[in-house]
Design a protein around this ligand. Structure first.
Ligand code: URA
Ligand code: CA
Length: 434
């Protein structure tokens, strides 16, 4: 087989076979096919797309390019949740203990990552003593015992995707639905998921800005999952404004604790119940979505979800007393209010710009090497549709430096107030199951 012939085939809009796709992915991973040929190939895919079969084969070729995590020693259906990324998305911190409390095994492999705030692991490390450097066997034993554990990303997962994603980034071929969908799905499958619940975000703060594009991405991922034998479904949810109120590491841990206690922000709680019901249902712990939702609501009401969080934290060395006393989490030196300059209604809160403001405070990493400040960030006091009076707080700024003028300017620019009453955006747009 010659790479040049496969580029030509895709350039001409023809369908590649499984063997041809494996040839490309294996050759790229081991270095025998150079970047320039793979660049031409990804550009051909960008223009001509891929069939459903090609997408499934590409995903599995990337899964097989590296290690695959074996979770077969864990009892039950291992359901993983994936979000396409947003601002202040605290759902993972809530969903883990919540679904574990009703018996769904949560075997989470997580990373630190770049972004407005840290990843799930960074957030959890705001709890004194909590660590994810555990052996594989201990991880498996913890999931069997407690139904939940988190381990740091280890091993050589989907090296083909790492290389390909980096290449796409510099060749203007990131925005291709087949390439995005196979990239995301390959990572979930390599991490051992039997079933997958996808939270595809839509709106200003999301990777996909329009409902149409989000729907197309969701469908592509759901089809790949189901075609390769992993039950997969997707929710499309709003990311025109940040989810919940808190954006920042320890601030989001506190928000997750509040939510598990039944006192969190309404939108965060609702999205967690929607995603959680799907997880419980796919894990076969309930016979319907309504029954699944009832189990989760009960776990919040009777305190078992909160107890599960304590058990999870202390099993991995964390000080679980933060759950009853969140003031033990890292605290910022300066707490400042962003006062509204006029009366009116909140019309817009541009999610990604608000995220960047949190990053300026030190809540996120700009490069892999930068360190993050777990104590800092923002807590919104108003969301879209809320009425506001001049002088009232729009947001609280938690900072470890006193001069936050730049952050304030950025927030004022991206929180719009109008005199006309406005409606809160739809939270969950649709559910995609095939
Ligand atoms: N996120 C991924 O993991 N891969 C893509 O291709 C795009 C977003
Ligand atoms: Ca939040």
């Amino acid at each position: 087989m010659r790479m040049v012939d496969l580029i030509e085939k895709k350039r001409d809009g023809l369908e590649l076979t499984k063997e041809e796709i494996q040839f490309i992915i294996n050759g790229y991973t081991n270095g025998s096919i150079p970047d320039y040929q793979v660049s031409a190939f990804t550009m051909a895919v960008f223009f001509n797309g891929m069939t459903e079969t090609e997408r499934a084969e590409l995903t599995m070729a990337m899964v097989e390019s590296g290690d695959q995590i074996d979770l077969s020693q864990i009892e039950g259906v291992k359901v993983d949740k994936h979000s396409t990324g947003g601002v202040g998305d605290t759902t993972t911190l809530v969903l883990g203990p919540l679904v574990a409390a009703v018996g769904v095994p949560v075997a989470k492999m997580s990373g630190r990552g770049l972004g407005h705030t840290g990843g799930t692991i960074d957030k959890l490390e705001s709890v004194e003593g909590f660590h994810v450097e555990i052996e594989n066997q201990e991880f498996i034993d913890l999931v069997n015992k407690n139904k939940i554990a988190v381990i740091g990303q280890s091993g050589n997962l989907t090296p083909a995707d790492k290389k390909l994603y980096a290449l796409r980034d510099v060749t203007a071929t990131v925005d291709s639905i087949p390439l995005i969908a196979s990239s995301i799905m390959s990572k979930k499958i390599a991490a051992g998921a039997d079933a997958i619940v996808l939270d595809v975000k839509t709106g200003a703060g999301a990777f996909m800005k329009t409902l149409e594009d989000s729907r197309e991405l969701a469908r592509a991922m759901v089809r790949i999952g189901n075609n390769v034998g992993r039950r997969t479904m997707a929710i499309i949810s709003d990311m025109s404004q940040p989810l919940g109120y808190a954006i920042g590491n320890s601030l989001e841990v506190k928000e997750a604790i509040d939510t598990l206690r039944g006192e969190g922000p309404e939108d965060l709680k609702e999205l967690c119940l929607v995603l959680g019901s799907q997880m419980v249902y796919l894990a076969k712990k309930a016979n319907s979505l309504q029954e699944a939702r009832q189990l989760l609501e009960d776990a919040i009401k009777d305190g078992s979800a909160l107890e599960k969080l304590k058990e999870f934290l202390s099993s991995q060395g964390g000080d679980a007393s933060v759950v009853d006393d969140p003031s033990k989490l890292p605290q910022a030196k300066f707490i400042l209010e962003l006062e509204a300059k006029e009366d009116g209604y909140v019309k817009e809160i541009v999610a990604d710009e608000i995220g960047t403001a949190a990053m300026l405070l030190g809540a996120g990493r700009a490069t892999k090497e930068s360190s993050i400040d777990l104590a800092v960030g923002l807590v919104l006091r108003k969301k879209i549709g809320d009425q506001v009076r001049k002088g009232e707080s729009l947001a609280t700024i938690y900072s470890n430096f006193e001069n936050v003028e730049e952050v304030k300017d950025m927030l004022y620019k991206n929180i719009t107030i109008t005199s006309e009453p406005t409606k809160a955006p739809t939270l969950v747009y649709e559910e995609i199951t095939e």
